[in-house]
Design a protein around this ligand. Sequence first.
Ligand code: G3P
Ligand code: CA
Length: 240
Amino acid sequence: MEIFGHRGAAGTFPENTMISFQEAARVGANGIELDVHMSKDDELIVIHDETVDRTSNAKGFVRDLTYDQIRKMDASYKFKKKYGVCPIPTLNEVLEWAAELPLKVNIELKNNVFEYPYLEMKVIDLIYKLNMKENVILSSFNHNSIMRVLSLDSTIETAILYSWQMFEPWNYAKHLSVKGLHPNYRTLNDIVVQAARSEQLAVRPYTVNDAEVMKKMRDLGCDAVITDYPERGVKLLKSH
Ligand code: G3P
Ligand code: CA
C-alpha cells in the first residue's frame, strides 16, 4: 500500500505549503495530495478553501485576489511560531519541485463550489510543460470537471472523489472511464474494494490518520491511503 501525504503533511506542518510537501517527501511518502484553485489573474493556486481566510493571515476569495496579493500572504496559520512565514505556493512551483523526485502528485481540482474557467486545460498544459504526466493523478468532487479532463486528454490518470455511500461506485467509475476511486474511508468495505480492484481501479481512501484504520485499509486491499500523517503511515508499513 502506498502513502500519500494529505496537503503534504497537514497534521504536523501548515497544509498545502512547500514545507508541508517537503516533509511528506522527507519521511518517505510515495505521493502528495494538494488542492488547486485559480486566482483573479488565472494563476493556479495551491490552497484548500475557496477563501484564504482560514489558512492565511489575510482575507478574501482566491478568485478575487491576484497572484501578487496571494504571494505576500503567510499560510503558516496555526503553526506560525514553529515554522515562520510560509507562502501559498502555485501549482507550477510544487510540480517543478516534485519533478525532481520519485513522488506522485494527486492534484485535486477544487472546483466543486466555483467553476474556474479553463482550470482543467491550464492544469493539463502545466503537467505536459513539466513532463509530469506519468507522476500525476487528477481528482475532483466535481465529476463534470473530471469528464472535461478526460475529454481534453483521455490518457491522463484520473480518480473520482466522493464522501457519501454510492451504489456500485466501481460501475460508475468504469462508466466515466476514470482509473481510481478516492472515497472517504468511512464509505469503504471489502465488497467495494474487491469489486474496484477486479475492475483495475485504484482505491485511495482519505483522510486516514488513525494507525488502526490505516491497517484496516491495508487489509481491505487499498492501493494507498491519503493521510495527514505520512510519517505514521510509512512507519506502520515498515513495521509490517
Ligand atoms: O483528496 C482527498 C481529500 O483531500 C478530499 O477532501 O476536503 O480534504 O480536500 P478535502
Ligand atoms: Ca483535497
